[in-house]
Design a protein around this ligand. Structure first.
Ligand SMILES: Cc1cc2nc3c(=O)[nH]c(=O)nc-3n(C[C@H](O)[C@H](O)[C@H](O)COP(=O)(O)OP(=O)(O)OC[C@H]3O[C@@H](n4cnc5c(N)ncnc54)[C@H](O)[C@@H]3O)c2cc1C
Length: 489
């Protein structure tokens, strides 16, 4: 079952963070029995296991630190029955979408559609639509988990719960001390609270507590109509004001968007400058006023009439924020929505390929991408902080992200190692401020191996000690994903 690691497996030593690791063996199991056999060998020989889905993670969670790579990409079966999706861990988001009947809808939507469902659940992934539908966690109805002791557990939401701070998991008697969580979008740390649904312990645990063997997720009925509006605002303050106006509609109100996304003027310039390259991929640059920032909002409505009313109301708000409604771009058909989506999704990919190009001159250079979220009142503050620090720094940068959730990705594109150092210092300064405001240093990408220091600052020693106690009970030999979230004991 275990193959010695060879040059042909070099890709499996990396993920999209571009960090690289090392391993002794690799396994591509095709069944649960294979996984249990590999776990038994790992226990017997004290070999650590690094679980891999599609390796699109950007926190090095799937990058091995010795031992065995457990690559689950070949376990990718998909079953759909009415409003339930039952999937093996290696099934990708793209394959799931492809398999959905047209009247069904799966809301979790990380931008990278080659991500696997196991990786998405392990990282509690989210995307643009999380503004309305939340991260993947609430959509998970059941999980089948293998723990390090070789036992399999079927955990159903609302059925398998902790009894206060204690829980029974197979033969294990667990103590689950409550862990504090910031009141913002968050993908950092374990989820534990008295009386919890036990499957929540494994969602967002980044593969450190168990291996996801199968997941059952809820499907929604497809919305009656989906409309989008790309609006252009003269500056950051106007963009923040417009976002606050859009999200003033309460949950359940048809005027409340499903997604509110942001692209600063520098991001739009970055894409404009690469219009020829984008054209070769069939992506057109929409007409955009120069120097403006962009807010893209999308509505999922019961009917075309309801969607039209919501979009018209949003367009009518624009003059209040010195924006011209005539420059806004409406997408009210699937092909038009797809065109805008391809354009928006080009930003992260082109940033990565630009850094890959620069790495030829400076091997080891990495993109610095933030993933922090702040409470609502601090949205304007964090944008001002980012912009003033970055403008003073002389670095190359751009900002895009999920502004409806106060969750922005600052992308710093270092030209050389000195730039990278300057960027890292800014990153640390912003993280300290975000923590002080009660925010999260990772809203969707997770901690992996790259953000442990920032996570320690955010969580504090008592929470880290409680997390270690949870880990110790479930994986006393530290076999599963050592180095993720917590430094090795
Ligand atoms: C261009 C780009 C855009 C992105 N956009 C988004 C976005 O919008 N939202 C978002 O949330 N993320 C985004 N990501 C990050 C990434 O796609 C997600 O973190 C995704 O959930 C990772 O899935 P994966 O299958 O690639 O996991 P991997 O990278 O293989 O693994 C990620 C973590 O999950 C663990 N894991 C994987 N499978 C299992 C399993 N079966 N059981 C237990 N643990 C497991 C791994 O050990 C690792 O710790 C983006 C990445 C890129 C490159």
């Amino acid at each position: 079952m275990l193959e010695p690691l060879e040059a042909a497996h070099a890709d499996c030593l990396r993920d999209e963070s571009r960090a690289s690791g090392h391993a002794d063996y690799i396994a591509h199991p095709r069944s649960e029995a294979d996984i249990l056999a590999i776990l038994a060998e790992a226990r017997q020989r004290q070999l650590p296991l690094t679980i891999q889905g599609a390796r699109t993670g950007i926190a090095a969670g799937a990058v091995p630190r010795g031992g065995i790579i457990l690559n689950l990409s070949r376990m990718d079966a998909i079953h759909i029955e009415d409003h339930l999706l039952r999937v093996q861990p290696g099934a990708t988001l793209a394959a799931i979408r492809e398999a959905l009947p047209p009247d069904r809808f799966f809301p979790p939507d990380p931008t990278e559609t080659t991500a696997s469902i196991g990786g998405m659940i392990a990282c509690n992934a989210s995307g643009a639509l999380s503004f309305r539908y939340g991260p993947i966690r609430p959509h998970v109805r059941a999980l089948r988990i293998a723990t390090a002791d070789g036992h399999i557990h079927d955990l159903h939401r609302h059925r398998d719960r902790a009894d206060g701070p204690r829980a029974r998991l197979g033969t294990l008697e667990l103590e689950l001390p409550a862990l504090p969580r910031p009141a913002v979008k968050n993908a950092a740390g374990y989820h534990a609270e008295p009386g919890m649904d036990l499957l929540d312990l494994f969602i967002g645990a980044e593969g450190t507590l168990g291996i996801i063997l199968e997941a059952t997720l809820d499907l929604l009925s497809a919305p009656g109509a989906v409309w989008g509006l790309m609006a252009f605002l003269p500056d950051t303050a106007a963009a923040v004001g417009y976002v606050n106006a859009l999200r003033a509609a309460p949950p359940g109100d048809p005027a409340r968007p499903a997604a509110i996304e942001y692209f600063d003027a520098r991001c739009l310039d970055f894409l404009r400058a690469r219009s020829d390259l984008l054209a070769t991929r069939g992506i057109a640059i929409p007409p955009m006023p120069p120097g403006a920032a962009c807010i893209y909002a999308e509505w999922h409505a019961a009917s075309e009439t309801e969607a039209e009313a919501a979009v018209l109301a949003a367009a009518e708000e624009l003059p209040r924020f010195q924006a011209d409604p005539d420059t806004a771009i409406l997408a009210d058909t699937p092909p038009e929505l797809e065109k805008l989506k391809l354009f928006r999704h080009a930003a992260p990919e082109l940033v990565n390929s630009t850094i890959d190009e620069r790495r030829k001159a400076h091997p080891g250079l990495v993109k610095l991408g933030t993933d922090m979220a702040v409470p609502d009142p601090h949205l304007g503050d964090i944008l001002n902080l980012y912009e003033s620090d970055l403008t003073a720094s002389g670095l190359e940068w751009l900002i895009f992200g999920h502004i409806g959730d106060n969750h922005l990705h600052v992308n710093i594109l270092p030209r050389d190692p000195t730039d990278e150092q300057t960027g890292r210092a800014l990153y640390a300064r912003w993280a300290a401020q975000v923590i002080a405001w009660g925010g999260s240093i990772s809203a969707e990408h997770g901690i992996g191996k790259l953000k442990r220091d920032l996570f320690s600052q955010m969580a504090g020693p008592e929470t880290l000690a409680r997390m270690r106690r949870i880990k110790q009970q479930l994986d006393p030999q530290t076999l599963l994903n050592p180095g993720n979230l917590l430094a090795n004991p």
